[in-house]
Write a protein that binds this ligand. Structure first.
Ligand SMILES: [Zn+2]
Length: 90
């Protein structure tokens, strides 16, 4: 891995290179904000926070535990199961 380091939001997942292929944090959507990049799970988490909460957790509260991690895991499990089913049919 390159020296991009861990995701600043969860402090856990490694970021991909180039940095632009990671998720652009929803905390940096204003024109005056400096862009911050987060891992794809955090990008999904922020999207869910935006949809079901009062918006994405602000950067001053980072690093945080992903609010919807259980939901993301479940979604990943479901897609993994789907892929297995497809493979088993082949
Ligand atoms: Zn993250």
């Amino acid at each position: 891995m390159s020296g991009v380091g861990a995701c600043p939001r969860c402090g856990e997942h490694s970021m991909m290179t180039p940095i632009e292929i990671n998720a652009l944090s929803r905390t940096t959507r204003e024109a005056s904000d400096a862009p911050a990049w987060v891992c794809s799970d955090c990008g999904m988490d922020e999207g869910l926070e935006d949809a079901f909460h009062t918006g994405a957790t602000k950067q001053k509260f980072w690093p945080i535990e992903r609010t919807f991690e259980f939901f993301i895991k479940e979604t990943n499990l479901q897609s993994a199961r789907l892929m297995n089913e497809v493979e088993n049919e082949a």
